[in-house]
Design a protein around this ligand. Sequence first.
Ligand code: NI
Length: 175
Amino acid sequence: MPIRTYPDPVLAQPTIEIDNIDGKIAQLAQVMLETMYQAPGVGLAANQVGIQKKIFVYDKGDGPNVVINPVIVETSGTWTYEEGCLSVPDLHWNIVRPNKVHLQGLDLDGNTLDVEVDEYHGRIFQHETDHLNGILLIERLSEEQKQSTKKELQRMRLSPPANSHDGLHLLFGDE
Ligand code: NI
């Protein structure tokens, strides 16, 4: 499936809870995993492929996982990590977020997930849960990062690279 990129409005819309984990959801998870591996990326939320349902997939290097109806119930600490997003191609930032994350949700078999993770795993959970709530990582940038990114984008506009994505020029709007 094609991956939606900023400023596609589906990325800013909160998704809807899944109340019946049926064969269609299993099929969706499969297609999302294929799309993620093809990109390639470590995580993918359903609205990134235009489906407004609360489901994300990820693989932090040890195999595929599916999380349905995730809710982050508690966080603690802080951790800085360089983050990018398939929906905001080619850009990366060191983003400060909580380190430890307590997530509740369901797996593809409908079993309860109730897990506490940290660092890289916690970062994936926060990034993908944000997606499902309609929040892109650019909303997590510091003011300083927003300013320097604006400048960078203006520079790119003066001499756009051959492979530039149209959406990037709109990242923070025109001044
Ligand atoms: Ni993302």
